[in-house]
Design a protein around this ligand. Structure first.
Ligand code: IFM
Length: 468
């Protein structure tokens, strides 16, 4: 039991949960959907833990009515989900697939019936394989295709969906997908990653313009941001922190919100690529004004100058991140989640206040925050329980950090917990559970965890009630 004070969030604050198409939908071969890069990657031996794939995932494609009922039980005002581009436009170009459109239309209607506002992410990493075969995000045409797809689906859903974000975590799509190869499409080419980052942002800007022309009024993008500290005051360590902050935060924030790439990062990247892929006018498109920014926050990075090691798995394999080959990520020995990510709620406060100060004023949303822990199901008084106090505490501490930012003037409008359901955690497969709702992947049975029961109290009270 917490002895912390009661905290109320502003009236109209959005409380939600977030998911992503490939992580929950399954039904990968149904109703005209064609493979995405994640289908190809997951089916390539050795790429995903235990050989897991998203073929079935949470079977959300068939069970969405049950999942919407769970959202209602959690009392959320909003639900953030992504659209599978290869379900809507299977080849990544041309006519939309009516069955794919229909699925999302039914989902949107079902949410609205429950008074839950749909919040759409257009791209959460499942690029149609056909577009990867044509060059993927490192080629400019993919940005144009993305805007075409965005405009196409907005024509069908824009009458009922107010909030649209273009990309989720383009850093991951670019650098995990094209530089270190831990994510689809699994390439290890630093220059390709930098070009991908630019075309992801260009696609974002083109899509924002296209949707605004169609009347959309609430448009944004979501970045995964990390406070990045130097392990010591030594100049080499401070420079390592500058480089990682540049690559992971400023390479995305600056072009989108200031209309320019950070000069120091371009210098860091110069050994890998020039800027010939950046054409005149691109930065004006990329920096088209937004209505909000989504911040995904999980942890802080502490770095020093050292030896190149794998940043994601920490398994000592050489990193292929460009511009930071000699940066080492330091573990401070503080408590971590099941992902090995250090638990650091102050980092959320720091990131929100920094973005607000340096890039605002701009309404902000925490579009993802949550934690994987090794949950256990216990049988008590004839019912199954997941007593995930670790996740509840994690969330409470982060909600308090967000509230602190709010109370200091940051225009934070909402908070989405990652995730509604245990799901396919990318290269980790089903081993890492982030859900407020447990999924038994053998039976597809859903069970609201204690953290979910507690979250329902938060959404209904619009805050934390003392003694929660
Ligand atoms: O599961 C992911 C999600 O797809 C993107 N943000 C981080 C989550 C946890 O790793």
């Amino acid at each position: 039991m917490s002895t912390q004070p009661t905290l109320r969030f502003p009236d109209g604050f959005a409380w939600g949960t977030a998911t992503a198409s490939y992580q929950i939908e399954g039904a990968v071969g149904e109703d005209g959907r064609l493979p995405s890069i994640w289908d190809t990657f997951a089916h390539s031996p050795g790429k995903v833990a235990d050989g897991d794939t998203g073929d079935v995932a949470c079977d959300h494609y068939h069970r969405y009515p049950e999942d919407v009922a769970l959202l209602a039980q959690l009392g959320v005002t909003h639900y953030r989900f992504s659209l599978a581009w290869p379900r809507i436009q299977p080849d990544g170009r041309g006519a939309l697939n009516p069955d794919g459109v229909d699925f999302y239309s039914r989902l949107v209607d079902r949410l609205l019936e429950h008074d839950i506002q749909p919040w759409i992410t257009l791209y959460h990493w499942d690029l149609p394989q056909a577009l990867e075969d044509a060059g993927g995000w490192p080629v400019r045409d993919t940005a144009e295709r993305f805007a075409e797809y965005a405009a196409g689906i907005h024509r069908h859903l824009g009458d009922r969906v107010a909030d649209w974000t273009t990309h989720n975590e383009p850093w991951c799509a670019a650098f995990l997908g094209y530089a270190d190869g831990h994510h689809a499409p699994g390439r290890t080419d630093g220059a390709a990653a930098v070009h991908a980052a630019h075309h992801l942002l260009l696609g974002h800007g083109l899509a924002v313009n296209a949707l605004r022309d169609q009347g959309a009024r609430r448009l944004g993008i979501t970045f995964n941001l990390y406070p990045t500290d130097a392990a010591s005051d030594a100049p080499a360590d401070r420079d390592a922190a500058r480089r990682i902050d540049g690559l992971m935060n400023r390479l995305f924030l600056d072009p989108t919100l200031r209309g320019s790439y950070p000069a120091d990062v371009l210098t860091d990247l110069a050994p890998v690529t020039d800027t010939a892929h950046v054409r005149d006018g691109d930065l004006a498109v990329i920096s088209t004004p937004l209505d909000f920014l989504g911040v995904n926050y999980y942890s802080r990075h502490v770095v020093r100058a050292g030896e190149a090691v794998d940043r994601v798995a920490g398994d000592g394999r050489p990193s292929h991140w460009p511009g930071s080959a000699d940066v080492e990520f330091v573990k401070r020995g503080v408590p971590v989640t099941e992902m090995g990510w250090e638990i650091d709620p102050d980092g959320l406060y720091e990131m929100l206040t920094r973005v607000w100060r340096e890039y605002g004023p701009l309404p902000l949303y925490v579009t993802e925050n949550g934690a994987a822990f090794a949950d256990e199901v216990t049988r008590e008084n004839g019912e199954d329980r997941v007593r995930d106090e670790d996740r509840r505490t994690y969330l409470e501490r982060h909600f308090r950090a967000a509230h602190r930012a709010l109370s200091e003037g940051v225009d934070l409008r909402g908070y989405f917990v990652w995730s509604l359901l245990d799901n396919f955690e990318w290269a980790h497969g089903y081993a890492k559970r982030f859900g407020l709702v447990r999924v038994d992947f053998d039976t597809q049975r859903r069970l609201v965890k204690d953290s979910g029961r507690w979250f329902a109290g938060v959404t209904r009270a619009n805050g934390l009630v003392g003694g929660d």
